[in-house]
Write a protein that binds this ligand. Structure first.
Ligand code: F42
Length: 162
């Protein structure tokens, strides 16, 4: 089920404009980071404090239908605010081009993080430079599809009275 509530667009103009273009074009425009040609996805989440809907573009790091969300913020010394949103409320919507679906975000560590970090750097090499720039270990979440609703239960057999 899609996340619902009042949406607060990002105060950063370039972020706000990319989200608007991506969504208004049905995921056919604004789908790369600037002119790098590298694809992005849009993640919709709930603000941890405000409870309002927030949307951010992130690099597309996909593997077998799951995605990584890399909280790099360009190697900035502090985690992006959205990191705390996902920790507080892991239920998100992810739009990848025209496809949008509900996902659950889980922060990963150890071997699992190492594996996804490798995929992330393969998709977007600057992540490696961002990690060198900062003392914090850049958090990585894996976004996993919510199980789709199963088939409707068969009609219960009519009850007979004895
Ligand atoms: N950022 C990344 O970290 N990783 C990426 O892979 C990435 C790719 C990317 C591709 C294209 C693009 O256009 C941007 C990309 N970005 C990437 C930037 C990303 O979209 C975010 O803008 C960036 O990570 C900064 O996130 P932030 O959450 O720190 O943003 C701040 C500046 C911000 O805009 N905050 C908003 C605000 O109104 O101030 C949202 C605030 C918010 O979520 N508030 C919460 C609430 O409850 O509503 C809690 C506030 C609190 O105080 O805790």
């Amino acid at each position: 089920m899609a996340l619902e509530g009042a949406y607060d667009p990002s105060p950063a103009q370039w972020i706000r404009e990319q989200v608007e273009l991506y969504e208004s074009s049905g995921g056919t425009q604004g789908t790369t980071l600037w002119d790098t040609g590298l694809p992005v996805v849009i993640v919709t989440m709930r603000g941890a404090k405000s409870g309002r809907i927030r949307k951010i573009p992130l690099m597309r790091v996909e593997h077998e239908g799951r995605y990584a969300a890399v909280a790099s913020k360009g190697g900035f010394p502090r985690h992006p605010v959205w990191y705390f949103n996902l920790r507080a409320e892991p239920r998100v919507d992810l739009q990848d081009g025209p496809e949008r679906r509900g996902m659950t975000a889980r922060e990963i560590t150890g071997d699992e993080r190492d594996e996804w970090w490798e995929r992330a750097v393969a998709a977007f090499p600057p992540y490696a430079e961002y990690q060198e720039k900062t003392d914090r270990v850049i958090p990585v979440f894996v976004l996993e599809p919510e199980p789709s609703a199963g088939p409707a239960p068969a009609d219960a057999p009519a009850r007979t009275r004895n």
